[in-house]
Design a protein around this ligand. Structure first.
Ligand code: SAH
Length: 284
């Protein structure tokens, strides 16, 4: 008896993946050029196109070209920066992927949640970075401190470190799935609700501050703490680390950062006045 043949599965017609233009995959200090090529292939297969390299050990390189296969165009257009701070200066969300779960002083997300958050931010027009570390040593603590959150692929706790390009593939796949999940189902309604976007200070219209704006604020905060003698001889690094974590977690918007900087400017002015007042009182 003939069984009715099932028509082959057809992918649904998709709107263009516009948010992909604002999603960058950043590879920091990559040691093996082959991994850069494989990462390019991994992201192009998932509809992403922006590869950013921070101080790669060898690039451009024949091995990268060979492993990129049909994704060599992403290597040709890859931006190369000297530091991570430079590579993410215009980003409003920076997520660091780390093999070391729970040893990171940052809020941690699973790839699925992180992809939903990243996509929602990119769809709101923000520049978003997913950051991957070196093959041998991962991301340095100072680099993780530039991130709003950490992403950990819940791998085997006894052998949990994926190959760099494999980790990139997992995140790129989740970004694609998040996007597919948000595209209209045949009935016209989204297949699922869009991912919740972390509140940026309660006012939906205000843009979260960019990485560079946050760094400007942190620099002024450090100066102010010095000016008001907050540290009293203790090393400033530990307090700054905790304050960075606090403010990055809060994800202040542009206006809130302006307000905070106004407060700091006044504190700095008062500190100068106090120092001047003391100076005047000095017998000489
Ligand atoms: N020995 C290094 C492993 C680096 S693997 C370490 O302990 O950190 C290279 C990069 O791939 C990592 O920096 C990270 O960005 C990514 N990666 C590997 N395994 C991962 C995992 N389980 N979860 C998230 N990212 C991972």
């Amino acid at each position: 008896m003939d069984t009715p043949s099932t028509p082959p599965w057809q992918p649904p017609a998709l709107p263009s993946f516009d948010a992909a233009a604002r999603l960058r995959i950043v590879l920091v200090g990559t040691q093996h050029p082959g991994n850069i090529g494989s990462a390019a292939r991994a992201i192009k297969t998932m509809g992403l196109s922006r590869l950013v390299l921070v101080a790669p050990e060898r690039f451009p390189d024949r091995e990268a070209d060979a492993l990129a296969a049909g994704a060599r165009d992403l290597l040709d257009t890859a931006a190369v920066h000297a530091t991570l701070a430079e590579a993410v200066a215009d980003c409003r969300l920076v997520l660091g992927c780390t093999a070391r779960s729970r040893r990171v002083p940052l809020p941690e997300q699973l790839p699925r949640e992180a992809a939903a958050t990243a996509l929602a931010e990119a769809e709101r027009g923000a520049e978003v970075a997913l950051v991957f570390g070196r093959e041998r040593t991962g991301l340095e603590n100072e680099e993780l401190q530039l991130c709003h959150g950490a992403v950990h692929i819940p791998s085997n706790p006894d052998y949990g470190s994926l190959n760099l390009a494999a980790a990139v593939q997992v995140l790129a796949y989740e970004l694609r799935m998040a996007w597919l999940g948000g595209t209209p189902a045949p009935g016209g309604a989204p297949a699922r609700d869009p991912a919740p976007v972390p509140a940026a200070g309660g006012d939906e219209r205000a843009e979260p501050a960019s990485h560079a704006q946050m760094e400007g604020f942190f620099a002024q905060l450090a100066e102010t703490l010095d000016a008001i003698d907050f540290h009293k001889g203790r090393a400033p690094a530990s307090a700054m680390r905790k304050l960075r974590r606090l403010f990055l977690r809060a994800r202040p918007d542009v206006r809130e950062v302006r307000l905070l900087r106004g407060v700091l400017a006044d504190a700095q002015r008062m500190a100068r006045l106090a120092a001047g007042g003391q100076g005047q009182g000095d017998p000489g």
